[in-house]
Design a protein around this ligand. Structure first.
Ligand code: SF4
Length: 354
């Protein structure tokens, strides 16, 4: 009975009937091409924002098979992806070579915080930097001192550390191709369409087809247009024997417990990258410590785990792993102190002991 209902749901899957499409929050790639052409932008560059995980790998393989055209494939390194995601990116780069595909495959980063999310968090913890760009779970304290579960901060890191760096990189490449410098304007006949690997089941993540930074850059969602779900992409990769890891940062609050999501969980980080988990434990605790100083504009009490409990309480192996990696952790913290001090200024003395 449940299966029949699921089949019925699958058959009813149609992005054209979805409110987001009906409200004009996104358009099909063909509609975007026509819009750019109407604006006189006849030279359209097609770009894949490659995340190294299942959905954008599905699109990449379609490109290798000649089903989707791309002028550039760009991976934005958030500085916090697990090593197994970097290995997966390497695997796809090798496959490209084996397939005889020559599309430029570039790696890019945030333009001022090139060490990515770890740098943003360390800057937040160690200096007076106020911008907090991660979707942490929050608690708030009311006037009577009662702690209440709050919401979740926006997923700004995806925009700042993944999507914007891709736009900036492709812009640079196109300018260069036209013999122009990085500060010059894009020729009036150029448009850029960047494919984002959101699936139909992630349609809620779509907010716009229009880049807020550049009017000639549009965002397309080809898997949504094909009514494909995350599971469809996993099945596609599985059938071909391709790598199946889901991409994300090792400390991403969207990591769930094993039973809550497909292949994207804290347990995977603990098993494959215990030191990254120890770093996540440190960030989780340190963020609440910094919040308690009252020096930050953000007032909420942040948690990386959806239960709004410290990671160290959720996972019994935390204490043991922290002991095992004690030396590496203190070296890592010391190295960050040096880096942040050199780059962003003096570390606040009150925080120098962290
Ligand atoms: S994977 Fe998570 S932490 Fe990393 S950029 Fe995306 S939302 Fe942010």
């Amino acid at each position: 009975m449940i299966l029949e209902q699921m089949d019925l749901f699958d058959n009813m899957r149609d992005f054209r009937l979805h409110k987001k499409y009906l409200d004009g929050l996104f358009k099909t790639k063909q509609e975007l091409i026509e819009q750019l052409q109407t604006e006189g932008r006849e030279r359209i560059y097609h770009v894949l924002s490659f995340g190294g995980g299942t959905q954008s790998s599905h699109l990449l393989e379609q490109h290798f098979q000649g089903e989707i055209h791309y002028d550039y494939i760009i991976f934005s390194d958030t500085g916090a992806e697990p090593q197994f995601i970097h290995e997966q990116v390497d695997w796809w780069r090798k496959r490209q070579v084996n397939m005889g595909n020559h599309t430029p495959f570039l790696i890019t980063r945030h333009n001022s915080m090139e060490r990515g999310l770890e740098e943003m968090l360390m800057r937040y913890i160690l200096t007076d930097y106020q911008r907090f760009q991660m979707p942490v779970y929050c608690n708030s304290v009311n006037q009577d001192g009662e702690v209440k579960a709050g919401g979740m901060l926006p997923r700004q890191c995806t925009v700042d550390f993944k999507i914007v760096p891709v736009k900036q990189r492709v812009r640079q490449m196109v300018l260069k191709e036209h013999g122009l410098g990085p500060k010059q304007q894009i020729p009036k006949n150029v448009g850029i369409i960047i494919d984002i690997g959101f699936s139909y089941d992630e349609i809620r993540r779509i907010n716009t087809y229009q880049s807020p930074q550049y009017n000639y850059v549009k965002l397309a969602y080809p898997l949504v247009e094909a009514n494909k779900t995350t599971e469809d992409s996993i099945l596609f990769l599985e059938q071909h024997g391709y790598p199946l890891r889901r991409s994300r940062c090792y400390l991403c609050p969207f990591n769930c417990s094993a039973e809550r999501a497909i292949g994207m969980d804290w347990e995977e980080i603990i098993e494959w990258e215990p030191f990254s988990f120890v770093k996540a434990l440190w960030f989780d605790a340190k963020l609440r410590e910094v919040q308690s100083t009252g020096t930050k504009v953000m007032r909420s009490i942040p948690y990386l785990h959806y239960s709004r409990k410290p990671l160290s309480e959720v996972f019994p192996q935390a204490k043991y792993l922290t002991n095992v990696y004690k030396k590496e952790l203190s070296q890592w913290i010391a190295e960050w102190h040096r880096y942040i001090t050199d780059k962003w200024g003096v570390v606040s003395p009150s925080k120098a002991s962290v």
